[in-house]
Design a protein around this ligand. Structure first.
Ligand code: FES
Length: 79
């Protein structure tokens, strides 16, 4: 993956297959260029790219598997 700032690519983007996993990332076919809100282009060479939907990833917008960590229960009963 490379990081650069550039204008979004012009023209019609190619069709891509997308799979959204429950409580997990969205998987899209790569290679792909992702353009962030700030205009930064992330070029991903992988054949499949996982986009973070939980916003817990340290590498957001890419998934780093942080979604797998479960929250600790805070309302355990004490008797
Ligand atoms: S979906 Fe995997 S870290 Fe957010």
């Amino acid at each position: 993956m490379s990081n650069e700032t550039a204008a979004p690519p012009s023209g019609n983007p190619p069709d891509r297959r997308r799979v959204v996993l429950t409580d997990g990332p969205a998987l899209i076919e790569g290679p792909v260029d992702l353009v962030t809100r700030e205009g930064t282009v992330l070029h991903c060479d992988r054949f499949q790219v996982a986009l973070c939907l939980c916003k817990r990833s340290a590498t957001y917008p890419l998934c780093d598997t942080s979604h797998r960590r479960r929250r600790r229960r805070t309302n355990e009963s004490s008797t």
